[in-house]
Design a protein around this ligand. Structure first.
Ligand SMILES: [Zn+2]
Length: 495
């Protein structure tokens, strides 16, 4: 029976936050070893679960090695990255007679010293197993795909959706490809087109124009004979590396010319829509007034500029401060990350009143806000996503309290957490469907889960580390020319 190793090394890195990704962030995500991986992940809608399911249904023996996944933040501290990579290599190296390797990667991961960490993981694994053991990796659609990643792997398979709802399917597809290679049924060859472009994450959704058309075109090409996979990658846009950019990877069955041709055709479609990727946001005061006076709720206030999924710390006070100033009369669900305020609220105790200064601890883009309220909930902060995307996955936001100040229910948590799922609030006993205003700190991941019941959605223009205003960041390594910083006519001329 063929034997494959299964591993995961995922984190989405942000180059402009001063906070490096440490052990704490991985522990808040997960670090799973051996059979723990199967116990914790089987039944979830994530890549590793899809790979396990596919291996089992194909009669392939699999050996779970190391699975680690941190919440998005800064580049990974060098010692943390090296330690996790060493353990992954040791676990893979200990497997006798290995026939193939599946890795779940994010693809936009950087280590402290500023390198392409996903490429480094693949290169290290390739060195370990040699050229004859196939390696296939799954990637997030926001991956920064580099030449190193293509050269050191046999296949790369990305999500086809954003909001990401096909993690399980992507993992299964990657494992199916790996099994096909091991059986000698396919011989994949990949072509990578890197575009001299980055674009705001807000427009990277595949459920609306203009990127929907690019993704649909890519998927339509997968139906051709000898085409194994076609994936456009948006790239996480706050990644300041020397080889960053949107890209397309096409993979064919032993036809390099066809792979190149398809990658270029999709790159052309991606590139020619670049002017449509500019984001229009609603000014903060206007957004707050529109939400307050909406005839019915819930109104979703999306703060994409403070998105933990993009690496922000979740401590923006912009919307909270504006709502407190404006005066809220109907139920409003908000959240903020502030470990010190959590401790003070817990000290005050359940059902007691306390005055807290919250937020704005990670940077000086906002000011802390003073709020007086009653502590209504104290929780350990662990919860599971229940909606589309990451369904079943356990998340940890550290100790968490809910402070009621009039009609405002402010969730204060110790650690940033993904915000796309209504479980962020329902896990604490608050139903976003019943609220008038609900804030989510993400530009797009909330849409499949909140969209069906939202009366209105307002994308708020607030300052933050995941702002769509990419021109305002202090870029140091980004290769130039690059759209939207430079005017470029034909992407082929730029690099
Ligand atoms: Zn993503």
């Amino acid at each position: 029976m063929p034997r494959v190793a299964i591993g995961q090394f995922m984190q989405e890195s942000h180059s402009f936050t001063p906070i490096l990704c440490s052990w704490e962030q991985f522990q808040a995500g997960h670090i799973l070893r051996g059979n723990e991986i199967v116990d914790k992940m089987r039944g979830n809608r994530v890549e590793v679960a899809g790979a396990i399911d596919c291996a089992e249904s194909n009669g392939v023996e699999f050996v779970p090695t190391l699975a680690c996944n941190a919440v998005s933040s800064g580049h990974i501290r060098a010692d943390v990255f090296e330690s996790l990579l060493s353990e992954l290599l040791a676990r893979i190296g200990a497997i006798p007679a290995l026939d193939g390797l599946f890795l779940a990667l994010h693809g936009a991961m950087a280590a402290e010293y500023g390198q392409d960490a996903s490429g480094a993981v693949l290169a290290a694994v390739r060195d370990l197993v040699g050229p004859d053991v196939p390696i296939v990796a799954s990637l997030d659609m926001h991956a920064n795909v580099t030449a190193k990643m293509v050269e050191t792997s046999d296949g790369l398979i990305g999500y086809h959706s954003n909001p990401h709802v096909d993690l399980f399917e992507t993992g299964a597809k990657a494992m199916q490809l790996l099994i096909g290679i091991m059986r000698g049924e396919v011989k994949p060859t990949m072509a990578l087109c890197q575009l001299p472009m980055i674009a705001p994450a807000d427009k990277s959704v595949t459920i609306a124009s203009p990127f929907r058309e690019v993704m649909e075109f890519a998927i339509s090409l997968e139906n051709q004979a000898d085409v194994l996979s076609v994936c456009p990658y948006w790239v996480q846009p706050w990644l300041d590396l020397s080889d960053v950019g949107c890209s397309v990877v096409a993979m064919t069955d032993d036809d390099p010319g066809l792979a190149k041709d398809i990658a270029k055709r999709v790159a052309d479609e991606f590139w020619r829509r670049r002017a449509q990727f500019a984001v229009e946001l609603t000014p903060l005061d206007e957004a707050v007034q529109r939400a307050l006076h909406a005839p019915q709720g819930p109104v979703i206030l999306a703060d994409g500029a403070d998105a933990p999924s993009g690496g922000a710390s979740g401590d923006s006070t912009a919307i909270l401060g504006a709502l407190l100033d404006a005066g809220v009369e109907k139920t409003t669900l908000l959240n903020i990350v502030d470990a010190r305020a959590v401790a003070q609220a817990i000290d005050a105790g359940l059902d007691n009143e306390v005055t807290l200064s919250v937020g704005a601890w990670s940077c000086d883009l906002w000011q802390p806000v003073e709020i007086t309220g009653v502590v209504r909930q104290i929780s350990d902060g662990a919860f599971r996503f229940t909606g589309l995307g990451y369904r079943g996955r356990e998340f940890h936001r550290g100790r968490t309290v809910v402070l009621q100040s009039g009609a405002i229910y402010l969730q204060i948590m110790e650690l940033p957490v993904f915000q796309g799922d209504t479980a962020l609030y329902t896990s604490l006993g608050f139903d976003p469907r019943e609220a008038h205003i609900v804030m989510v700190k993400t530009p797009s991941a909330f849409r499949p889960n909140y969209g069906p019941f939202a009366a209105d959605v307002i994308w708020v223009d607030a300052p933050g580390l995941t702002s769509s205003n990419l021109l305002t960041f202090d870029w140091k390594r980004l290769p130039r020319p690059c759209f939207p910083f430079d005017d470029i006519d034909d992407w082929r001329d730029a690099r």
